[in-house]
Design a protein around this ligand. Structure first.
Ligand SMILES: [Zn+2]
Ligand SMILES: [Zn+2]
Length: 406
């Protein structure tokens, strides 16, 4: 048997061996849903799990609830550094409705598999494994904080997987930014002296309408969605302050910049029409589009077939839209994959039904198969560093193509 096949088999066997404990890990995180940057339980539980199984762990690495872990003893210097990422934050009120408990479990399981391969006498290559605990994906952008603090400086490739309605090696995730918009007017008695007031709520409504009208001229893949977060205090006071919160998204960072300019026009037009002053703040940490590595995705699909993962090919489902993820920012930095995987439900993420499914053994079994596919992909990259070079080259080309296509 070729070394490659032998090492992959070792990785899969280790994941099978640890599967009962991995399922308990997933269930424990599910039972302790924590919001972004507050993932204290998950941080302790995952780092403890890795430490007990031979990982050198750096807790609170760069952020309170982030971590970094590497197999004890390592495997010497040189060779690619393969990073496996774990997310573990939950959503307000509906808990693990995005299934980040499964993401953490996939990351830990894949890491145990790669660790076993690296430590096998049959591993003749050079390379390293780094597990990165990345908090605050649902809000905040923990991975962007980690990038900014240099946590990915020595990483060559990054991988993780996200539960979804189907298996897809290169899902679409849009570039996104948040905008906080405030209109400032002047208060006055709304019945006695309305002409002395300047109505900030009117400006907010106008802004909302302008952006809604813009929608007809937007590309079908662009998204704008907003709410009025402050519309005044009482009907008999002309509102002096009104506020909105918007998310705007597009398939590439360059297209998002175009959409941003159009939305600025909508916001300023509403101020002019109503005589209000407008101030707006864009998120200082926007999420970039997800640029999945072709090279890594192809390896993932081949390895996935070995463990029964069939990629979705229905064009209706594989459409060019979706949510957004801070993995996008990582994917602009180093070749990355963020495959979606089926967990046995047709309910959409961020729903209560999806949350129920993420604590089932069925979902856990799908997750462990995905962990095997990721581990085998990691082994391919460690054994053939030329693939990492290829992936780097094709990432540069993909980013250039994004810019050129805007
Ligand atoms: Zn989510
Ligand atoms: Zn998610």
């Amino acid at each position: 048997m070729a070394d490659e096949q032998k090492l992959k088999r070792i990785a899969c066997e280790v994941i099978d061996e640890f599967s009962p404990q991995l399922k308990i890990l997933s269930r424990d995180i599910w039972n302790h849903p924590e919001l972004c940057y507050e993932e204290k339980y998950a941080h302790q539980r995952i780092t403890g799990f890795l430490q007990e199984r031979g990982f050198h762990v750096e807790r609170s690495y760069k952020l309170d609830t982030a971590f970094r872990a590497q197999p004890e003893g390592g495997s010497g210097s040189g060779g690619p550094n393969v990073a496996v990422l774990c997310e573990y934050d939950a959503l307000p009120e509906i808990g693990h409705a995005c299934g980040h408990n499964l993401i953490a479990t996939v990351g830990v399981a894949a890491s145990l598999g790669i660790q076993a391969a690296l430590q096998s006498p049959d591993f003749q290559g050079k390379g390293r494994l780094t597990v990165v605990g990345t908090p605050a994906e649902e809000a905040g952008g923990g991975k962007i904080d980690l990038i900014n603090s240099g946590a990915f400086a020595d990483v060559d490739v990054a991988m993780m997987a996200h539960p979804a309605l189907f298996n897809l090696e290169k899902p679409h995730a849009l570039a996104m930014t948040e905008i906080k918009i405030s209109y400032h007017g002047k208060a006055s008695h709304a019945s006695s002296y309305p002409w002395n007031g300047v109505n900030a709520l009117d400006a907010a409504v106008q802004c909302y309408t302008n952006i809604s009208h813009l929608r007809q001229q937007m590309k079908p893949t662009w998204r704008t969605h907003g709410v009025i977060t402050n519309g005044g205090a009482k009907p008999n006071i002309i509102p002096e302050l009104a506020e909105l919160l918007y998310y705007i998204r597009a398939p590439t960072d360059t297209e998002l910049a175009v959409l941003k300019e159009k939305v600025i026009g909508c916001m300023e037009g509403a101020a002019t029409a109503t005589g209000c002053k407008v101030s707006y703040e864009f998120d200082p940490k926007p999420y970039s589009s997800l640029v999945s590595s072709d090279v890594m995705a192809a390896l993932y699909v081949d390895n996935g077939r070995e463990v029964g993962i069939r990629p979705e090919r229905d064009p209706e489902r594989v459409r060019k839209a979706g949510g957004s993820t801070d993995m996008g920012n990582v994917s602009h930095l180093v070749p990355s994959i963020h495959p979606n995987f089926y967990i046995g439900t047709t309910a959409s993420p961020h729903s209560r039904d999806f949350a129920q499914q993420t604590k089932t053994e069925e979902a856990e079994n799908y997750s462990l198969a995905v962990a095997k596919a990721l581990a085998m992909t990691g082994i391919d990259l460690l054994l053939k560093p030329q693939l990492v070079q290829q992936a780097r080259h094709s990432l540069r080309e993909a980013l250039d193509a994004e810019k050129a296509a805007a």
